[in-house]
Design a protein around this ligand. Structure first.
Ligand SMILES: Cc1cc2nc3c(=O)[nH]c(=O)nc-3n(C[C@H](O)[C@H](O)[C@H](O)COP(=O)(O)O)c2cc1C
Length: 376
C-alpha cells in the first residue's frame, strides 16, 4: 500500500494536513476542476437520476463522509467532486482547541480472523495490537481530541464549504460543546447554544451535534447522560429553529439507554436524526505489549474502520427498532466500517436513511463512485 495516498495523510501532523491537504485523488479532484461548480460533472453524467430526500434536502445518493477527516472547505469540496453527496465538516467548537500530540492515527489489528472487535470483548481491555502497518480491510485508531480553529477562522471557511455543494449535495456542519475548568452545567449548555448560533451564521441548513467523543473528560461521553443531552438539545433547538438537528451517538450496548436517549430528544421534537456509531474505545499496545500511543491519558483510544462494522450495524438495527416501536420518524445515519458497496446496502437494510464512511473513504477515495456503480 506504499504508493497509495489517503486524502488525510496519517504520516503528517494535523496542522500539516489542515494547511496542505487534501492529498492523493482528492488533491487531483481539486486541481482538475478549478472553478467548476462542485458536483457538476457527476450531475452531467446522470442528469435525470432519481434523488432521495434526506431530512428535507434532495440528495443524489445519501452517502458521504462523517465528521472527522474533512478538516476544512478544501477537503469537503474535494469530497463533493469525488461524488460523496453528504460531506460533514469536522466538528467545530466555540473556541480554538489544540490537537493531541502526533501520531494521531495508528493501524489496528484485532485478533479475530474476521478482523472484528465486538463491543464488550476482553480484547478491548487486554490490548489490541496497533502499529504503522496499514492493511486492507482497513481498521485504525484515531486520537485527535477534537481540535478546532477559532470561529473567526472556521466560520468563513464553513461558508465556502456550504457554497461548494453541487446539485443534490449537502454540507453538514458538526459541532460540540467544550467543557472547561470551572464551568457550571448552565455554562456548558450555553456553550453548545453559542456554537450552534455560530454555525447558523454560516448559512447552514442543518447541523450535527457530537455527543460521542470524550467531551466530558477522560473516556466520559456526553451521550451516556441522556437527560443532559435532552436539556442541551432543547436549548440548541430553541436557537436554531426549523433547521434539523442530528445527534451523533456512540455505540450504546443497552436497548434501554437507546430508548432513553430517544425519549429525551427525538420524542420531544428537539432532534430530527441520529448519526451512529463513533469509534469503539480500546487499549492499544505495540508488539511488545507497551502503550502504543505516546503520552498520558492515551492508553485507550477509539477504533474505527472494518473492525467496528458489526457494532455499527447492530446499533442502527436497534435504533430503527426503537423508532418503529415508538412510532417516530427521525432519520438514522449509519456509520462504522463501511469499506465497500455491500456495506452501504447492509446499513440501508438495517434501517439507515443515509450512510457514511470515514476510514473506508480515507483508504478508498473512489468509494462513492463504486457504490453508485453497484446500484446501477
Ligand atoms: C480521522 C478521524 C477523525 C474523526 N474526528 C471526529 C470528529 O471530530 N467528530 C466526530 O463526531 N467524529 C469523528 N470521527 C469519527 C467518525 O465520524 C466515525 O464515527 C468513526 O470513524 C466510525 O466510522 P468509520 O468506521 O467509517 O471510520 C473521526 C474519525 C476519523 C477516522
Amino acid at each position: 500500500m506504499s504508493d497509495f495516498e489517503p486524502f488525510y495523510d496519517v504520516n503528517r501532523t494535523y496542522d500539516e494536513n489542515y494547511a496542505d491537504g487534501p492529498f492523493g485523488a482528492f488533491a487531483t479532484a481539486l486541481r482538475e476542476e478549478p472553478g467548476t461548480p462542485a458536483g457538476a460533472a457527476e450531475d452531467a453524467a446522470a442528469p435525470d437520476k432519481a434523488r432521495e430526500s434526506f431530512l428535507g434536502f434532495d440528495v443524489n445518493l445519501p452517502f458521504g463522509i462523517p465528521a472527522g477527516p474533512l478538516l476544512n472547505s478544501r477537503f469537503t469540496t474535494a469530497a463533493f467532486r469525488m461524488g460523496f453527496d453528504l460531506a460533514v465538516y469536522k466538528t467545530v467548537r466555540s473556541r480554538a482547541w489544540g490537537c493531541n500530540p502526533f501520531p494521531n492515527v495508528l493501524a489496528v489489528h484485532p485478533k479475530a480472523a474476521n478482523g472484528e472487535l465486538a463491543p464488550g470483548s476482553a480484547e478491548l481491555d487486554e490490548g489490541v495490537l496497533a502499529d504503522t502497518n496499514y492493511q486492507l480491510p482497513i481498521s485504525i485508531s484515531n486520537s485527535f481530541g477534537v481540535p478546532s480553529r477559532d470561529p473567526d477562522v472556521w466560520q468563513p471557511d464553513m461558508r465556502d464549504a456550504i457554497a461548494a455543494a453541487g446539485p443534490g449535495q449537502l454540507l453538514v456542519p458538526s459541532f460540540q460543546g467544550s467543557r472547561v475548568e470551572g464551568m457550571s452545567r448552565e455554562d456548558y449548555i450555553a456553550d453548545h447554544v453559542r456554537t450552534a448560533r455560530l454555525v447558523c451564521e454560516t448559512g447552514a441548513g442543518l447541523m450535527e451535534m457530537n455527543t460521542s467523543c470524550p467531551n466530558e473528560g477522560h473516556n466520559r461521553l456526553l451521550c451516556h447522560d441522556a437527560h443532559l443531552v435532552g436539556e442541551i438539545t432543547e436549548a440548541v433547538k430553541n436557537e436554531i429553529g426549523d433547521r434539523p438537528l442530528i445527534v451523533k451517538l456512540a455505540y450504546l450496548p443497552d436497548d434501554l439507554d437507546v430508548e432513553r436517549m430517544v425519549r429525551e430528544t427525538a420524542a420531544r421534537g428537539t432532534v430530527q436524526g441520529f448519526a451512529t456509531i463513533n469509534t469503539i474505545s480500546a487499549k492499544l499496545v505495540d508488539a511488545q505489549g507497551n502503550q502504543a500511543l505516546p503520552g498520558e491519558g492515551r492508553e485507550r483510544s477509539g477504533v474505527c474502520g472494518a473492525a467496528i462494522r458489526s457494532a455499527g450495524l447492530d446499533m442502527v438495527r436497534r435504533l430503527a427498532a426503537v423508532r418503529e416501536r415508538m412510532g417516530l420518524d427521525f432519520a438514522i445515519v449509519g456509520v462504522g466500517g463501511v469499506i465497500e458497496p455491500g456495506d452501504y446496502a447492509a446499513y440501508r437494510t438495517a434501517g439507515a436513511d443515509a450512510v457514511m464512511s470515514a476510514t473506508g473513504a480515507m483508504w478508498d477515495a473512489n468509494l462513492a463512485r463504486e457504490i453508485k456503480a453497484s446500484l446501477e
